[in-house]
Design a protein around this ligand. Structure first.
Ligand SMILES: [Zn+2]
Length: 113
């Protein structure tokens, strides 16, 4: 799938639109199932930014994100730019897998700059 060739963040509807441009016979359900399959196999990373918004990220290496809800944009933050300290004790019998940081943005208050 072309979507995987360049680092990109797309929501499922973006993918549906892109696929429809190439082949209008592909159903929305097929696109959703394919995306889920790619996530399950580690080809895409799913990034949840809210209750109703999911992005599919072709960059599967560990990294963080800025999310701008006004623009609907997700932007990568290199892992080396963030240091997280003070994590709570993990539940017994569990190990740390990953920490995904999403920094949500809003318009800057021009009166405070
Ligand atoms: Zn990303």
């Amino acid at each position: 799938m072309e979507l995987l060739l360049e680092p990109t963040h797309l929501c499922a509807d973006d993918v549906v639109r892109r696929v429809a441009k190439k082949d209008s016979n592909v159903s929305r359900a097929t696109v959703y199932n394919t995306l889920r399959c790619f996530v399950d196999h580690g080809l895409l990373r799913q990034v949840n930014v809210g209750t109703d918004r999911v992005f599919y990220d072709s960059n599967t290496a560990p990294h963080h994100h800025f999310y701008d809800p006004e623009k609907g944009e997700l932007t990568d933050i290199d892992r080396s730019e963030v240091s997280i300290t003070g994590l709570p004790a993990l539940p017994a019998g569990r190990a740390l897998d990953s920490v995904d940081l999403v920094i949500r943005l809003k318009p800057a208050d021009p009166g405070r700059e």
